[in-house]
Design a protein. Structure first.
Length: 234
């Protein structure tokens, strides 16, 4: 589904990610783990087209998308759930969802909204409320739902559990698992190592913008030295 070949990216003269090689299999969940500042979000946003590539390339479905625009990537099936949700707080839940599907024909919106509400029934009674009036967990549901309105094949999720109560974390992870079982490929950036290892099949650990370990989630969870050195368990 996705391959990063020697990818370096960053902001101006600052390199945030150095020569990253990463293969993401179709239908998998891949977790990007590491401490704050390790380059996880920069990697995710570079895949989405919002951080400049400085070297290497991004191959998506075997096509080089390194020079394509963020909008073109959304049209091609890549959507992002950003850290901090970044909803439109004064728009209603329904309006936020409609905005998320802006690259699809207008007549797709009702069906897309129905699918989001089936995944997150809690939003059904809040369609006309403003996004800013929702709880943190409800906002995360809406952020995921907004991304799904673009009908992605590859979903990029940044800090799924950040700031959420445990019950809401469970709901959001259940949704991610449901989407994956239906065939969606997911790259997950997560500070909660334990939750990420439980959900993912593959793991890439970043430190100071470099890949220091890659392998299965099972191997990662059974490697105390690696966990102690780079992750910790939270």
């Amino acid at each position: 589904m996705l391959r990063l070949d020697g990818l370096s990216c960053g902001y101006g003269d600052m390199v945030a990610v150095h020569q990253l090689d990463l293969h993401v299999a179709k239908g998998s969940i891949t977790a990007l783990l590491g401490a704050n500042g390790a380059g996880k979000t920069s990697t995710l946003m570079c895949i989405a087209g919002h951080v400049d590539i400085q070297a290497g390339k991004i191959l998506y479905r075997e096509a080089d998308i390194s020079d394509t625009s963020p909008m073109a990537r959304v049209r091609n099936g890549i959507a992002v759930v950003p850290e901090g949700r970044r909803l439109f707080p004064r728009l209603s839940v329904k309006e936020n969802l409609i905005v998320g599907g802006y690259v699809r024909p207008g007549d797709h919106a009702p069906g897309g909204i129905d699918k989001v509400l089936a995944l997150f029934p809690r939003l059904s009674d809040r369609l006309n409320q403003t996004a800013g009036a929702l709880s943190g967990g409800e906002q995360q549901m809406l952020a995921i739902g907004r991304a799904l309105m673009a009908e992605p094949a590859l979903l990029l999720v940044d800090e799924l559990s950040l700031g959420l109560m445990p019950k809401m974390v469970d709901i959001c992870y259940n949704a991610i698992t449901t989407l994956n079982r239906a065939g969606m490929t997911i790259i997950l950036v997560e500070q909660s190592t334990r939750r990420a290892l439980a959900a993912a099949q593959r793991v890439c650990v970043l430190e100071s913008g470099r890949s220091v370990w890659q392998g299965s989630a099972e191997d990662a969870g059974g490697n105390p030295e690696m966990i102690n050195a780079f992750l910790g368990i939270r």
